[in-house]
Ligand binder design. Sequence first.
Ligand code: PGA
Length: 250
Amino acid sequence: MRIMIVKNYNEMSYQAAQLIADQIIYKKNSVLGLATGSTPIGMYKELIRKFQKGELDFSQVVTFNLDEYYGLSIEHPQSYGFFMWNILFRHINLKRENVHLLNGVTKNIDNECRQYEDLIQKNGGIDLQILGIGDNGHIGFNEPDISFDTQTHLVNLTTKTIRANSRFFNNTQEVPKQAITMGIGTIMRAKKIILLANGKRKTKAIERTINSPITTKVPATVLQLHKEVTIIIDKAASSLLASDGNIFFN
Ligand code: PGA
């Protein structure tokens, strides 16, 4: 694991966008796995800035999003599809046909999940996967105790996640109780992974991800087994880690 501890959220966003830019410059038709939530918003803003300055071309880039609430259509303002179009896609020159989002209102979950996995494979697999992390160590919506060999699938959200995500809804009741997510198996097949975290709320999850023995109780610990993981965290999220350098390697 390569761990970058940076001074604040802006620096985390800048560094992550830089790594994505490097990937796209290296391979124009890179396949990106994208995350939603509050963490990557700054990174997406930085990617838009790079695009507007003419430093980045997304015309051949292919994207797959990590997850989607089950029961929310793309028109719903809290759906992750809506989020992606609003925060990133409509601001850059990504081709609509190269955007892949899970359909939260599918009538056939098994089919939706299988097709998504097939499409990832047909596109040559994910070159670079972006991840946030839940307070409970979830990645995507892979909640604690999930099996490590899962593919894209339907999951029940934990009370903790529903509570954490209720900040985006009018109340807890409105938060969907299920989601469709890439599995841990899907995520681990990505060639490279970047995990981002900022703020005090994430300190415990980050400390466990890096130092705890690998356990399904903290899904992100599985990343210790991946050969190309970069964790970018701000000072606040790193406060339980022993080393306090600017950048160190593990
Ligand atoms: P957040 O969510 O970026 O809104 O903190 C991350 C996650 O739950 O995976």
